[in-house]
Design a protein around this ligand. Structure first.
Ligand code: NI
Length: 182
């Protein structure tokens, strides 16, 4: 398995829309395994293919706690079938926006349809952290970042700081302790 470099915002590549996976075959499974390896290496709990510069609708996540066994989840072509009117607000971080965190409000419960590792269609209901992660990763597939869901003022501050950090070469895409990066 290969650990890939994670792209950091602002980067136009992170704004591209990913294309549907035609079939979850060995090529896609290898991609997902590499994404999991990359995510675990960075101490993240979620990663979308565009974050490593691959424009396929594939996401991986693992929201198990440190004292639990790993519980990797892989999805191709995830789509939201239903979202609750009830919303929830939670602090989000992202491996592509290292060291920056902000409260984001999203639907509290979602029903998601996707292709599993065997190319079978599955549906799942998600709430809590899982619902947040799924929505955050699905946003990546459409070129949307969590900062697009906060105020323009805060977004501008975060993106300018990242731009500056890139110029001075001080970027570490590993998640900070005590925060969830998805
Ligand atoms: Ni992210």
């Amino acid at each position: 398995m290969t650990v890939h470099q994670i792209l950091v915002a602002p980067d136009p590549v992170l704004r591209k829309t990913a294309v549907a996976v035609e079939c979850v075959d060995d090529v896609v499974r290898t991609l997902m395994d590499d994404m999991l390896e990359t995510m675990y290496d960075a101490n993240g709990i979620g990663l979308a293919a565009p974050q490593i510069g691959i424009f396929k609708r594939a996401i991986v996540l693992d929201i198990s706690r440190e004292d639990e066994d790993p519980a990797p989840i892989t999805m191709a072509n995830p789509e939201i079938l239903w979202a609750s009117a009830e919303t929830t607000t939670r602090e989000e971080g992202c491996l592509s926006l290292p060291e920056h965190y902000a409260d984001v409000t999203r639907p509290a419960v979602v029903k998601v349809r996707y292709l599993d590792r065997e190319n079978e269609i599955r549906e799942t209901d998600a709430e809590g952290l899982l619902a947040v992660c799924l929505q955050h990763e699905m946003d990546h597939l459409d070129g949307t970042l969590f900062v697009d869901r906060i105020s323009a003022l805060k977004r501008g501050i975060i993106l300018r700081k990242l731009q500056k950090a890139k110029k001075t070469g001080k970027i570490d895409t590993h998640a900070s302790a005590g925060h969830d990066s998805i």
